[in-house]
Ligand binder design. Structure first.
Ligand SMILES: Nc1ncnc2c1ncn2[C@@H]1O[C@H](COP(=O)(O)OP(=O)(O)OP(=O)(O)O)[C@@H](O)[C@H]1O
Ligand SMILES: [Mg+2]
Length: 252
């Protein structure tokens, strides 16, 4: 039986008086890649940020509904959000390395949790950078600034930084939209490998990317989840007319 790692139900989110999510019900199965698609402003990033409580940082945002991670309430008052964000890591649209060395970027989370053993840290740096498919690019300059890397390399170092703390789920908000096609392809191939160990939820505006790499696709429109099904079904035989119009580019 496929294990549901994240469950969410009856999710509403208001920014002040603007209702950005209007009753979303969505579960995620372990070791799958889910693509969230839909036009600009439909609530994809807002929904993604609910899953590791990044919306807590936005004063006007009020969330209601049920969110479970492996059966545990993500919004329980006793939930440690630092721990939550290690288990549910996030990669943003713009690569956001810290202005430190590549090495110090990757071990950032481990240092925060008090890991000091250099052998453990060295090992984590090497294995995370290898998993993120950027080891060969950076292995000879681990102590140089991460800011000296190309955008595509920076993004892969940011992915390594998330992997180093061994998350269960990785949220990605348009992780390749700022990158060239070759860097994007490297990240797509990496995600297909990572799927064996992680659950990945990714926002993308790139329909080819969604159809190439995701197992499931969710189509959002104006704060509602219109259709959520296998990627094959969404792209070949969607149930809803809105989904069909959007994926065929007839929308709006
Ligand atoms: N910090 C915020 N404060 C107030 N309103 C916000 C905030 N972030 C998003 N919104 C509003 O919530 C709605 C959903 O925005 P969201 O960023 O989730 O859309 P999106 O689907 O990710 O769009 P895009 O594809 O352009 O990234 C929009 O109407 C947006 O203006
Ligand atoms: Mg967005």
């Amino acid at each position: 039986m496929a294990n549901k790692i994240i469950e969410s139900a009856d999710v509403h989110l208001f920014y002040g008086k603007n209702e950005a999510l209007k009753g979303i019900n969505m579960d995620f199965v372990e070791n799958e890649i889910t693509a969230l698609i839909g036009p600009s402003g439909c609530g994809k990033s807002t929904y993604l940020r609910c899953l590791n409580r990044m919306n807590d940082l936005i004063d006007s945002a009020k969330v209601t509904g049920k969110f479970l991670l492996n059966g545990q309430d993500i919004y329980a008052p006793e939930m440690d959000t630092v721990k939550l964000r290690k288990e549910v890591g996030m990669v943003f649209q713009q690569p956001n390395p810290f202005p430190f060395s590549i090495y110090d970027n990757v071990i950032y989370g481990l240092r925060l949790s008090g890991v000091k053993d250099h052998r453990v840290l060295d090992e984590a740096v090497e294995s995370s950078l290898k998993q993120a498919a950027v080891w060969d690019d950076v292995k000879d300059k681990l102590h140089e600034s991460a800011l000296s890397l190309s955008g595509g390399q920076q993004q892969r170092v940011c992915i390594a930084r998330v992997l180093a703390v061994k998350p269960k789920v990785i949220l990605m908000d348009e992780p390749t939209s700022a990158l060239d096609p070759i860097s994007s392809a490297k990240i797509e191939n990496m995600l297909l490998e990572l799927r064996q160990q992680y659950t990945i939820i990714m926002v993308t505006h790139n329909m080819h990317q969604a159809s190439r790499i995701s197992d499931k696709t969710a189509f959002f429109l104006q704060g509602e989840l219109i259709e959520y099904a296998s990627t094959k079904k969404i792209f070949l035989n969607p149930t809803e007319k809105e989904t069909e119009d959007y994926i065929s580019g007839r929308f709006g």
